[in-house]
Write a protein that binds this ligand. Structure first.
Ligand code: SF4
Length: 245
């Protein structure tokens, strides 16, 4: 996770400390790349806090981190899970032009629940961010994710899936929301494995190339395998649904 440990937003589900953004460490991209190399990683998922306080919202830092990892580990793949960048095309462009293999931005929840779950975000703005990333690099994989168990209904989940497909997302993760502390939103439902499987099947039938669904699934869950499977699926003209429990 780059761009510091303090987020300038406060989402109802998230335990990351919120407040004034920290000073950027300008050598962070190189340090991340060095750490990834030391760990022997070949697939690196980079995410961050949201930095609404920075003029470029951290886009340049993302780009430099992607480039540093690729320089340090030739042949590596980088997936970024980014903030919405307020759908500013020049910022999304800066990240996309650094050539991450996967551009991920999470809707997190269905449209109705956005104001309580992500009060400083916006459902349609997030969709626009994904749309821009896909339009700027049509061959790039875009991905999103939803937490379940916050009170959403099945039709609302399927609507979110439809909206994500309309902006070109091809991978969707669905995981169980778990309350990280007493101040965060309460869990409304523990989703059964059968429901994850059923949703996964329906969303795949709607057009997602990969749906990774299960209680423990998070954005980076088996990210490398999901990306590789996607490549295999595209090669053989087939794709599949994964349910991870
Ligand atoms: S924007 Fe991201 S890091 Fe910040 S509070 Fe929301 S979920 Fe947490």
């Amino acid at each position: 996770m780059i761009l510091g440990g303090i987020c300038t937003r406060h989402c109802g589900f998230c335990a990351v400390p919120t407040g004034q953004g920290e000073a950027l460490r300008h050598d962070e991209p190189e340090r991340v790349a060095f750490a990834a190399k030391e760990l022997g990683l070949r697939y690196v998922v980079v995410t961050s806090v949201t930095r609404d306080d920075l003029a470029d919202e951290g886009a340049e830092h993302y780009a430099r981190t992607i480039q540093a990892v690729k320089r340090e580990i030739p042949g590596s793949h980088v997936e970024v899970l980014t903030p919405d960048f307020h759908s500013r095309e020049e910022l999304v462009r800066r990240v996309v032009e650094a050539e991450p293999e996967v551009f991920d931005h999470n809707l997190e929840t269905v449209e109705r629940l956005q104001p309580t779950v992500r009060p400083q975000a916006d459902y349609h703005r997030s969709l626009r961010t994904l749309e821009i990333a896909k339009r700027l690099a049509p061959r790039r994989v875009t991905k999103s994710g939803l937490m379940l168990g916050l009170g959403e209904t099945v039709p609302e989940i399927l609507d979110a899936g439809r909206h994500l497909l309309s902006v070109g997302a091809s991978i969707l993760t669905l995981g169980q929301y778990l309350q990280p502390n007493m101040q965060s939103l309460e869990v409304q439902e523990y989703v059964t494995p059968e429901k994850f499987e059923d949703l996964s099947r329906k969303l795949r039938a709607m057009g997602f190339e990969k749906v990774v669904a299960g209680a423990y699934v998070r954005s980076s869950y088996h990210a490398r395998e999901t990306f590789s499977d996607l490549g295999d699926a595209q090669t053989c003209g087939n794709s599949e649904t994964s349910t991870s429990i």
